[in-house]
Design a protein around this ligand. Sequence first.
Ligand SMILES: Cc1cc2nc3c(=O)[nH]c(=O)nc-3n(C[C@H](O)[C@H](O)[C@H](O)COP(=O)(O)OP(=O)(O)OC[C@H]3O[C@@H](n4cnc5c(N)ncnc54)[C@H](O)[C@@H]3O)c2cc1C
Length: 467
Amino acid sequence: MNAHDLAGGGGYVLCWLQQALRARDNPVIDAAIRLGNALGLPVLVYHGVREDYPYASDRLHHFILGASRDLAIGCRARGLACVQHVDRAERREKGLVYRLGNDAAAVVLEDQPTFVARWQAESVAARILVPVFAVNAACLVPPAVLGEGIGGRFAFLRRHEPERAGWTRSEDEVAAVAPFDGALPFEPDRLEAMDLDALVAGLQIDHSLPASPVFAAGRAAALAQLARLTADVLPDYAATRNDATKAEGASGLSPYLHFGVIGPREVMQAVAAAAAGTRHKAKFADELLGWREWFHYQARSLAAPEHYDRVAAWARETLAVHAEDARPACESLSALLRGETRDESWNACQRQFLGLGWMHNNLRMYWAKRIIAMTPDPETAWATACYLNDRLSLDGRDPATYGNIAAMFGGTPSDREQRVYGRVSTRGDGSTRGRDGGADWLAQAASQPMPPVTVPADVPREPYLTA
Ligand SMILES: Cc1cc2nc3c(=O)[nH]c(=O)nc-3n(C[C@H](O)[C@H](O)[C@H](O)COP(=O)(O)OP(=O)(O)OC[C@H]3O[C@@H](n4cnc5c(N)ncnc54)[C@H](O)[C@@H]3O)c2cc1C
């Protein structure tokens, strides 16, 4: 990622993890070990969490720290040193990653295309004095091997599908020369020996958004979801995946995939070994590889995948033409955030984000389309959808977040020109309301009690640029 060469100095190879929070089946760690072994140097794995990244909350910190705790335990079992730092008032460590990096022979970090992982990697690579290598741990097929310039999903699939088999098998993990046991420029936090709830409670972050009551933090919870996928979900996946009234029809893996607690290769190996029909396995592969990895690929080619200008030009134009249309469905930010709008179906969707930290895929489509009518103009609609998704959902701030919202704001142009939407297609709630028991399910979901989340004066416009 920078112009520095391996100069022969440094006491270790620094493996800096931001989102790939797993000790096994982690290509970033494996690459760091190979480089360390080639140089005759140990590896130091480092993970740090700050208080000031956009939307830092009890919900996100709790999930991240649980994953980080298990990362350290897993690294030790692999004979690797892993150190952590939770930045807080009584323990500030300014520029720690630079200090650790400049004592290293090289830094190996994650190739991530969105949110803080991308900006921080770019900023560190530009300023640090040692070579920096980026390795992809988020996708089965690293986007870089597909080459540049693939413009559409079908062209992407033609390139991606033949590559999959070659990346599904993992090579034996390489053993590290020896754990790093040298001096460090800071006192690491030993998360497994700490009360994580008390630690989170003492931080200057958003305490109005509690941890998810259903998505437990850590590696054991990710493996439990994977076991549930292969035993219960996959055998009927193609038939039940679109039914939001049966949340158990979806894998619930997206929070764990977003934070790298589990990787797509491990998931696909389990899917291949599962007792389920080909149709169901193919549908799952289309979601996990065909859609998720397309959005990762797409985000890499965009300077700012989080920005409104990534929405298709024709869609922005037609939405701009209708920007002044009357919007009788407009709602306040408070009603939107708290799921207290006049639209019961929309509230049912939003209350999954707010209450659970996740939303069913089928609901997300209705939810995003409706926001266009519920906000004063298209740019505010985009900012609001990103804000709600990023602040509340454990899987938010992801290439799939912005890629899917962009698809809901664009997609295939409609033949019909409508008020507010122009030629952007609309979507009703029939795919849920029209099911047996759908109306009752929506009414019940829309009346779930919610945490008293704080509401900002305005929707954050560019949290990404000021981070
Ligand atoms: C408006 C909108 C916003 C979305 N925001 C996010 C987001 O912030 N983060 C996120 O990970 N996904 C997002 N998605 C995609 C999808 O809704 C979620 O990945 C899925 O609902 C997660 O639940 P699951 O793990 O049970 O999915 P499953 O149905 O079990 O699918 C398995 C995996 O495939 C991947 N996947 C499934 N559908 C998609 C898709 N449409 N695009 C990309 N990957 C997919 C996910 O990694 C998912 O975990 C969004 C979709 C829409 C329409």
